[in-house]
Design a protein around this ligand. Structure first.
Ligand SMILES: [Zn+2]
Length: 386
């Protein structure tokens, strides 16, 4: 990592020197392309500065007022830099269009050509250096940086080509090269902007999600995974995963599973700095059917008794509804009674909104039954199929 940071610093210093040389020479000979190439180098300095700043800010630990860490500060800086870069590319495009309209021609000076050639040479050296260090330190971002420097070589060489073409009489060549460079700059800005927006909007990293699912698959005791999300930057990601375990599992086992999940995800997926694992106990499916004294379906919650069926085992029992004649808070009292019997689903044909809300607050789901289902056994079967 130290070596990678050093490469970034060297690259930034070289680009600052090139920025000054190219903009000065560009202004002196009135070459829009050379000025544009100078701005390009400056934009690259901003980019390297961001990487450096990002590593520093994102590594600042979470504190009580920023419990999720500080990684978004980096993205906010990135977003503003992205916008500045896009604006500068539009400015160059505007200048180049003006020089085409006005037919302005840059002066042909040897020193300007030498400045552009020097820039191409420096960038080629930087490209080779960064790619070599990138391969050594297995840093894909540094290799990408190195390839970017190759684009910078092309940018400066096209300035030289443009100036030579102008010398040969193609007066418009300099402005056209400037336009091409503005497209390069625009692309850099758009890339930085997109990256920052992805982080700020908590865009999910699909690749990480797939890896998390395959890790979860192999962990014993996890019944199902209900939710996976990622947030953060490519170098520091937080994974959130919600999973269910079988009811009756003791707290120690659940704790061990949770720890295994955190360790496995952190250990196997690069860039993950934190894992939030949320456990849910999947409830057994217990169905309550309102019935009358003869055991017939009464369609409504307010019935003399309930048939309570464990859908997993098929075990049945009849429970008397003590609140059948209650005058007040009937929905509340019946919900309380059903919860006591471990009911998770109630089958009715219709239900009042109040009673439905009481049931839901106790984790009991109301299922409305089709009017052609009248027989209690048929109702039970319809639940066992689903
Ligand atoms: Zn560049």
């Amino acid at each position: 990592m130290d070596e990678a940071l050093k490469a970034g610093k060297i690259s930034a210093v070289a680009n600052v020197i090139l920025t000054v040389l190219k903009i000065a020479a560009g202004v002196l000979i009135n070459s829009t392309a050379l000025i544009a190439d100078g701005i390009h180098s400056f934009v690259d300095v901003l980019g390297s500065l961001l990487v450096w700043l990002g590593i520093r800010i994102a590594s600042k630990p979470a504190d009580p007022s920023h419990p999720y860490g500080h990684f978004k500060a980096e993205s906010l800086a990135e977003m503003s830099v992205g916008l500045i870069i896009i604006l500068s590319s539009l400015l160059i495009l505007h200048e180049a269009t003006l020089s085409l309209i006005n037919g302005s021609v840059p002066a042909f000076e040897m020193y300007a050509i030498l400045v552009a050639l020097f820039s191409a040479l420096v960038n080629e050296i930087l490209a080779r250096y960064k790619i070599r260090i990138g391969l050594d330190t297995r840093s894909s971002s540094l290799i990408a940086e190195g390839k970017h420097s190759r684009v910078d070589v092309l940018s400066s060489l096209s300035v030289v080509a443009g100036l030579i073409l102008v010398y040969l009489g193609y007066w418009w060549a300099d402005a056209v090269v400037a336009m091409a460079i503005s497209v390069f700059i625009f692309q850099i800005g758009a890339g930085i902007l997109k990256n920052s927006l992805d982080v700020l909007m908590d865009r999910v990293d699909e690749e990480v999600i797939v890896k998390v699912m395959s890790v979860m698959d192999k962990i014993e005791g996890v019944e199902s995974v209900e939710f996976v999300a990622t947030r953060g930057t490519w170098k520091s990601k937080v994974v959130e995963v919600h999973f269910t375990v079988n009811p009756g599992m003791d707290a120690e086992t659940i704790d061990a599973i949770e720890r295994e999940i955190v360790d496995e995800i952190k250990g196997r997926i690069p860039g993950v700095v934190d894992v939030v694992a949320v456990v849910k106990v999947s409830r057994p499916r217990v169905l309550a059917i309102p019935v009358d004294e003869d055991g017939n379906f009464t369609r409504e919650l307010d019935s003399p008794q309930f048939m309570i069926v464990s859908l997993e085992s098929g075990e049945k029992k009849i429970v008397k509804n003590e609140h059948h004649k209650a005058e007040k808070r009937k929905g509340y009292l019946i919900s309380e009674c059903l919860e006591k019997h471990g009911v998770s689903i109630v089958a009715v044909r219709k239900v009042g909104e109040g009673a439905k809300a009481h049931l839901r607050s106790r984790g009991i789901v109301v299922k409305l039954i089709d009017s052609n289902l009248k027989d209690v056994e048929d109702i039970i079967k319809s639940f066992q199929r689903s």
